[in-house]
Design a protein around this ligand. Structure first.
Ligand SMILES: Cc1cc2nc3c(=O)[nH]c(=O)nc-3n(C[C@H](O)[C@H](O)[C@H](O)COP(=O)(O)OP(=O)(O)OC[C@H]3O[C@@H](n4cnc5c(N)ncnc54)[C@H](O)[C@@H]3O)c2cc1C
Ligand code: SF4
Length: 485
């Protein structure tokens, strides 16, 4: 096992993300050793550390005169390519095994996807339900419907009780890692203290147990809600543990299914959770590998704007964006709708280059690895692939954010104003986005109503709306360029 600088530095990862991964690695190495395995562990600050996975493998091979190396397939093209080029250099063989922590292997996804005109997630999801038998009664979905998404959209009320996820105190291993990260990565995004993530399998299991006990029953109702001072609402906060292998996805789904059968959680909660895992999580991974390394270049709208500085500083008058960035800086966590409908929505409406948006998401979340982050960012949130993943862009005006959150009550912009100095920027940016991308989106049946509404506005109103958008974007560019000068 090797901690290498090529992995800690290819994007400016959040400090908490680096500390989480290094501490989990060190704990895992210790567990393996106490189970009798021989482990060679190279620390980030070891003097001989050569700084990349492939060079560390080569060093270990030379030291021990190994004839073959067996690894689990990695989660990014970048690492897979470095392993395959290592294999082609000769001297020893490299065998890459399937990652059996996923329910659908890469080959199984390819078999499903090949020859399809559309690779809709809903179709994939139903197949995964049949394959796993989760919430299946005979041949049919339990309750009669495959998907209860429509029952996952209640706005939350501030006065509800919101359980915090279980917090774990750092032990000596974690404290050592925290000191290392503070020293070597002080210029990276994010705050390190307080660090409360679990770093072992037992710890992650305890976090999930608490979620099932306390939050799961309301997970379904409030999945899409956002509140200024409630960072987690009823979300599980387990993606980071799943993605580094501390939790097993199928096992979590079975426990949630059991909670439904035991009468502890309603169907919209259990189905909603299971859909996120065997539907979305497995599906986006399949898409990542199926699309190949060039997927990152997708940019159907030809967006080219640099990332506004406030994605790093939170320094913006838009209360929704500020809240999501500040929370991200503190927690290395934001839930799905914050990522999709606030920061992602803003970046797309403003025409930010999807590649830099992708690099931001990859850096700032503790759960971010390319196989899951890239399709979510480029495909779902930026629609950069032109609709491979989503049937329409997740674009919304301030009205959506106002309906689903309390952000607008704390904002210096006015969500109901469509124009004027106090108008919510999401309002005019939304129309400007649709108007400037009509050549791409104009025939999308799911946007027909929106275009009809736009077409009903007289020329002057349309011109003024677009002028306000241009003015806002011009000021945005000035401040971004100004901050780089
Ligand atoms: C722009 C953008 C970037 C994202 N980047 C990542 C990322 O880097 N890593 C990551 O794990 N998720 C990513 N997601 C998906 C999702 O936002 C997170 O998985 C979720 O917020 C994690 O929080 P949670 O554990 O509390 O999830 P919950 O809401 O409690 O959901 C339970 C589990 O379902 C899975 N899940 C839910 N939605 C998705 C999804 N769309 N894709 C894959 N798995 C999903 C996660 O494993 C999650 O832990 C991204 C979404 C968007 C819109
Ligand atoms: S008014 Fe607009 S910018 Fe302000 S919080 Fe609401 S949606 Fe965000």
């Amino acid at each position: 096992m090797a901690e290498v600088s090529s992995e800690t530095g290819y994007v400016p990862h959040h400090k908490k993300k680096i500390a989480f991964i290094l501490s989990a690695m060190r704990h895992f190495a210790r567990e393996l050793m106490s189970d009798g395995w021989q482990v060679e562990y190279v620390r980030l600050d070891d003097l001989e550390n050569t700084g990349s996975l492939s060079s560390e493998i080569e060093r270990a091979v030379k030291r021990h005169l190994f004839k073959s190396v067996i690894v689990t397939e990695p989660g990014e093209w970048r690492v897979l390519n470095s392993l395959t080029s290592l294999a082609s250099r000769g001297g020893f063989s490299v065998k890459i095994l399937d990652d059996d922590r996923f329910i659908c292997s890469r080959d199984a996804f390819t078999a499903w996807a090949k020859g399809r005109k559309q690779m809709r997630q809903e179709h994939f999801y139903r197949e995964m339900r049949r394959k796993t038998g989760l919430l299946i009664d005979g041949e049919k979905p339990v309750g009669g419907k495959w998907n209860l998404d429509a029952e996952n959209r209640k706005p939350a009320k501030i006065e509800r009780f919101f359980p915090e996820p279980l917090r774990c105190d750092p032990d000596t291993i974690t404290k050592d890692v925290l000191a290392l990260v503070e020293e070597r990565f002080s210029d990276h995004f994010g705050t390190l203290d307080p660090f409360r993530f679990a770093v072992t399998r037992d710890g992650a299991e305890a976090v999930f147990d608490r979620f099932v006990d306390i939050a799961l029953p309301r997970f379904g109702d409030y999945q899409d809600a956002m509140l200024m001072n409630e960072k987690y609402l009823y979300h599980a906060v387990v993606s980071l543990y799943l993605n580094i292998g501390l939790l097993d996805p199928l096992d979590l789904c079975r426990r949630v299914e059991r909670a439904y059968h035991d009468g502890h959680a309603p169907l919209n909660a259990a189905e909603g959770f299971i859909r996120q895992i065997i539907g979305w999580r497995e599906y986006v991974r399949g898409i990542y590998w199926f699309q190949g390394p060039k997927y990152v270049n997708q940019n159907v709208f030809e967006h080219a704007r640099p990332l506004p500085d406030f994605f790093w500083t939170g320094n913006t008058e838009m209360a929704c964006v500020r809240a999501c960035v500040e929370q991200t800086r503190e927690e290395a966590y934001a839930h799905h709708i914050q990522r999709l409908m606030v920061t992602g929505n803003f970046a797309m409406l403003a025409g930010v280059d999807p590649r830099v948006v992708h690099e931001w998401y990859l850096a700032v979340y503790a759960d971010a690895f390319e196989w899951v982050e890239m399709p979510n960012t480029l495909g779902m949130s930026q629609f950069a692939d032109g609709g491979l993943l989503a049937s329409k862009p997740y674009a919304a005006s301030g009205n959506y954010i106002n309906r689903m959150s309390d952000y607008c009550t704390k904002c210096s912009y006015k969500v109901r104003d469509k124009s004027g100095p106090k108008a919510c920027p999401f309002n005019y940016l939304y129309w400007d986005f649709l108007a400037r991308n009509r050549h791409v989106l104009g025939n999308n049946p799911r946007l027909a109503q929106a275009y009809r509404t736009w077409d009903r506005l007289d020329d002057e109103r349309q011109r003024d709306t677009r002028k306000e958008a241009q003015h806002f974007l011009h000021e945005l560019d000035k401040s971004t360029i100004g901050s780089k000068a």
